[in-house]
Design a protein around this ligand. Structure first.
Ligand code: AMP
Ligand code: ZN
Length: 472
């Protein structure tokens, strides 16, 4: 598989540290509010990456943190603590906020068919790990205490900027007019590993440490949680592109200083979901959530389809019109798949199915090109082969795309309306089911004929029993 590595700014052949195994780290949500559908675009693309690596035969270990402490609203020195902001907004404690929005995040993710990583670790459960790593960084001379806080000394590194898209000039966050410079820092790019003294006097969560009672900075949590579970080498680190600087840059700085060697092989950054006012973000106040999509009558999976229609390295423009167009295409696709189901009996031609999957794997092998993978799905529908073979190939593709294709196609067949089945037919179907389970096929056939006399056709398919109005 070829994958674009933000660190080298090239598409590279993906070669994990240990053959056949992939250690994949994902920056998790900051749980002070609902995730917006922009955040969720990033998690959808990461989900496809994980599922495709598994499809390609890798044994994947996926790790995600939950940021429940330490994340400031801006990366300059004036930022507020996001968790405290959430707690104040809702008159709750920080932990109540964290618990509520962690659950909300995974409920939204589930509605979008995003798999929960095997390892999910909140920052607040790893304080000892952070203290240990910060202690080693101090011993090695990479960290210093000033004004009560512990800072990482970026001047000790041979190269601090690791993502070529950024230069020192872009990053003078600490010396912009609107940002108060933190006078404790030796270098403008230094960052806090551990806070004890800060403007957040009302900080609820504090822990004792050799550096004083306080709490961790945001960046240290991802390094430590990654190393805690994956050991000394990560294969892929994922996140939205806004995290490349300073968050991921700082993660590399502290992890490599601690380990003494290169930490992560590939950096996978998903570009933003934008609206007409720019990047969708919570700080602007108005943002769209999965619940809002549902309230407006959208199936969250159709939003997933919308996201997969564009490449993860292109920003994606959200408008209701764009979403509606995606919904129309999605519904048509489901309709076409549904039409295969009644004819999907007989054997699957596995050789043919393999051939059908070639376009799909070629698309995803080329830096996860999901829009071409969807084109490959339409090619399957047009192919010359049995419906059973087509459905088999579509099911395999959907194990990666997770668009609920077969499930929704089946549901559309038995949906109320045109195909609404009368109670009399339903009762006969139950009788027929019982006859079949007793292997009384003669009776089952008799019942099928009775159902046909009422104008309904029953078929057994690979997907189960299908009932359709004759000629419907
Ligand atoms: P947060 O909960 O703020 O820590 O962000 C969670 C993830 O969403 C991070 O990987 C961010 O980089 C990503 N993200 C934030 N805004 C957007 C956006 N508008 N489009 C896509 N991803 C985003
Ligand atoms: Zn992170």
């Amino acid at each position: 598989m070829q994958i674009y590595n933000s660190e080298t700014r090239k598409k590279e052949e993906f070669i994990p540290h240990v053959a056949g195994k992939v250690k994949m780290y994902t920056c998790g949500p900051t749980v002070y509010h609902y995730a917006h559908i922009g955040n969720l675009r990033t998690y959808i693309c990461e989900d496809v990456l994980e599922k495709y690596l598994r499809f390609a035969g890798y044994d994947v270990q996926r790790i995600m943190n939950i940021t429940d402490v330490g994340h400031l609203t801006s990366d300059g020195d004036t930022g507020d603590d996001k968790m405290l902001k959430g707690a104040k907004r809702e008159h709750k404690t920080v932990m109540e906020i964290a618990d509520f929005y962690t659950k909300a995040f995974f409920a939204d993710a589930a509605a979008l068919n995003i798999k929960t990583p095997e390892i999910v670790e909140p920052a607040t459960s790893c304080i000892d790990d952070f203290i240990k790593v910060i202690g080693v960084l101090k011993e090695k001379g990479y960290a210093y205490e000033a004004g009560g806080n512990v800072y990482f000394d970026t001047s000790k590194l041979e190269s601090y900027y690791r993502f070529g898209d950024f230069t020192g000039d872009d990053l003078e966050v600490a010396v912009r007019d609107d940002v108060t410079e933190d006078g404790n820092k030796r270098n403008k790019t230094d960052f806090v590993l551990w806070f004890t003294k800060s403007k957040f006097d009302s900080q609820e969560l504090k822990w004792p440490s050799p550096f004083g009672t306080g709490y961790p900075g945001w960046h240290i949590e991802c390094s430590c949680i990654g190393m805690k579970h994956a050991g000394d080498y990560l294969d892929i680190h994922c996140g939205g592109v806004d995290n490349a600087f300073p968050h991921h840059t700082n993660e590399i700085a502290q992890s490599e200083a601690y380990l003494g060697h290169k930490w992560c092989g590939y950096w996978f950054h998903v570009h933003h979901l934008n609206t007409d006012t720019g990047k969708m973000s919570k700080s602007k106040g108005e943002f769209l959530t999965v619940s809002l999509l549902k309230e407006k009558g959208y199936d969250p999976v159709a939003y997933r389809f919308f996201c997969l229609g564009s490449h993860y390295r292109n920003s994606l423009m959200f408008t209701w019109e764009n979403l509606d167009n995606a919904v129309t295409s999605y519904n048509k696709l489901i309709g076409r798949i549904a039409r295969l189901i009644p004819d999907a009996h007989g054997d699957v031609d596995e050789e043919k199915a393999k051939e059908l999957l070639k376009g799909f794997t070629a698309a995803l092998d080329n830096d996860l090109n999901t829009s071409l993978a969807i084109t490959a799905l339409y090619d399957v529908l047009k192919a010359e082969c049995s419906a059973a073979t087509k459905l088999f190939a579509i099911e395999k593709m959907d194990s990666v795309l997770s668009l609920s294709l077969i499930e929704h196609a089946k549901a559309s067949l038995s949906a109320p309306g045109e195909n609404d089945v009368p109670d009399e037919v339903k009762a006969l179907l139950e009788e027929r089911k019982a006859a079949r389970s007793e292997k009384n096929f003669a009776l089952a056939d008799e019942i099928r004929d009775k159902i046909a006399a009422l104008g309904y056709e029953v078929r057994e398919t690979r997907e189960g029993t299908i009932v359709k109005r004759i000629g419907g």
